[in-house]
Design a protein around this ligand. Structure first.
Ligand code: SAH
Length: 456
């Protein structure tokens, strides 16, 4: 089989990298056959060893770089290679922004068949480190004590991580303090192998503006040894803590959260601001992890919606109502839809908290609720979608096409599904006017983008 391919397994060849994969590996082509090579950067000339050949693509290892990319830098994080949480630390930030712009443009052309769409340069951060407001740390044991860290790539081994350079410092402090406390009270780390132990994960959430902290202890069973002592010490040692929550996950699974969530101490939520709007955030709700860039993203969505105050707006996949409440300041009425009931409770509370009375929220699947609204004779002037990575359900896109809102603002965390969905909307009568990528996840390959579509 491999005889018909342009490269052979174990062969050493010279290549020029043209591109990056979605997980940050370099892409080189030999007679059109793509080879994925970790650590290769676009523009670099290198010698590689071919490790594996499949029918349509292969993998290689970087042996020697003859010509380095001008954007190559030394990754500043000491555990960058083992961790795998970041993929682009070896690329300068300028290089990262260029790569993400290219990624968006390429998929819009390749998957969306959108040839002349305007893609603006990526809006990046001034300081692209220490931005995450949420840490989710799996636990292990070392020398009889607890450690928190990450799974070494392709293993179930936990590597000790005392700090993470894309995490807000406060979260590192919270996690290390909770580990120290639990360790001293003899709490055992959950072990996947025999499904024993107490504590599976620690989650920390930090409101950047308010300084409020939530600690979530994800345990195997209801019990946590010395629970009250642990709570007491967390409250006395961690400044800003407002909420301590336990989530019980008794299943043999690598999904982090279980179904049962209860408040152990303090409030059920913490608060934070994006712009002027205050948000209540509960343990299980989705909340954007980069608050500084979230503001940039939402302002762009608001600009694209270009509201005059007369419009009815639908915000599909609204989470805790973040975009909805941003839009409500300028719209006649906003209707938010979201599948997680707790998020909708938060959304309602958030509307109230900000004195916003022209926003309504409904629980359900966007692809079920919005078609029902449409059948009942309701429509929207502007429709915003912000789906998860898999993009919008086709039933929702078809309803948008029937409903004919004048504008669609598509907020996307996955350029590939964005491109696919834009194609469907284009075929249904919309024109993609422009696309603005926003860098919500510096040092990683993830890329967020907002697209403005108008009815033709
Ligand atoms: N717009 C929000 C949330 C975006 S994340 C924000 O910016 O904060 C995507 C959201 O879609 C999540 O809250 C998720 O729970 C929700 N979701 C996932 N599938 C859904 C579906 N089929 N219908 C409605 N909401 C869905």
């Amino acid at each position: 089989m491999s005889r018909t391919l342009p490269v052979q397994k174990n062969e050493y060849i010279d290549v020029i990298f043209e591109d990056l994969t979605h997980d940050g590996a370099g892409v080189a082509k030999v007679d059109g056959y793509p080879l994925f090579v970790p650590n290769g950067l676009p523009g670099e000339k290198a010698k590689i060893k071919v490790l594996k050949v499949n029918k349509g693509y292969g993998f290689g290892r970087l042996i020697e770089t003859y010509e380095k990319s001008p954007y190559r830098v030394e990754a500043p994080c000491p555990i960058y290679k083992e961790c795998g949480g970041c993929q682009l630390q070896h690329l300068s930030y300028e290089g990262q922004l260029k790569a993400k712009e290219k990624q968006v443009r390429d998929v819009l052309e390749r998957i969306g068949k959108l040839d002349n769409v305007i893609v603006h340069p990526v809006l990046g951060m001034n300081e692209p480190w220490r931005y995450r407001n949420k840490a989710q740390v799996p636990l292990g044991e070392q020398e009889g004590g607890l450690i928190g860290g990450f799974y070494q790539q392709r293993t179930h081994q936990i590597i000790n991580m005392k700090e993470c350079m894309i995490q807000q410092e406060k979260n590192d402090e919270v996690v290390q303090t909770v580990i120290d406390i639990c360790s001293r009270y003899g709490v055992r780390a959950y072990k996947e192998g025999n499904h024993k132990g107490d504590l599976r994960h620690i989650m920390a959430r930090h409101g950047l503006v308010t300084g409020e902290v939530m600690v979530v202890l994800i345990t195997r069973t209801n019990d946590l040894p010395h629970k009250n002592k642990i709570i007491e010490e967390i409250t006395s040692r961690i400044k800003g803590v407002k909420s301590i929550v336990q989530n019980v996950n008794s299943k043999k699974t690598n999904v982090i959260f279980g179904e049962q969530t209860k408040v152990l101490w303090g409030e059920e939520v913490i608060y934070d601001f994006i712009g002027d709007i205050k948000f209540a955030i509960s343990a299980r709700s989705f909340y954007q992890v980069n608050p500084e860039q979230t503001k940039v993203l939402y302002e762009k969505a608001l600009e694209y919606a270009n509201l005059s105050g007369e419009e009815n707006v639908i915000d599909a996949y609204c989470g805790i109502g973040t975009i909805s409440l941003f839009l409500a300041q300028r719209a006649k009425k906003v209707f938010g839809v979201e599948i997680v009931p707790e998020a909708i409770e938060d959304a309602k509370r958030n509307a109230e908290l900000n004195g916003i009375t022209n926003a309504e929220f409904a629980v359900g699947e966007a692809e079920v609720v919005i078609p029902k609204w449409y059948e009942q004779g309701n429509s929207a002037d502007v429709l915003v979608v912000d789906p998860p990575r898999k993009g919008c359900d086709e039933a929702l896109l078809n309803t948008i096409i029937d409903m004919k809102p004048k504008k669609v603002v598509y907020v996307s965390c996955n350029p590939g599904t964005l491109a696919r969905d834009l194609r469907l909307l284009e075929d249904g009568g919309y024109k993609t006017v422009e696309v603005q990528p926003v860098d919500m996840f510096p040092q990683t390959m993830h890329c967020e983008a907002v697209a403005l579509l108008k009815l033709k």
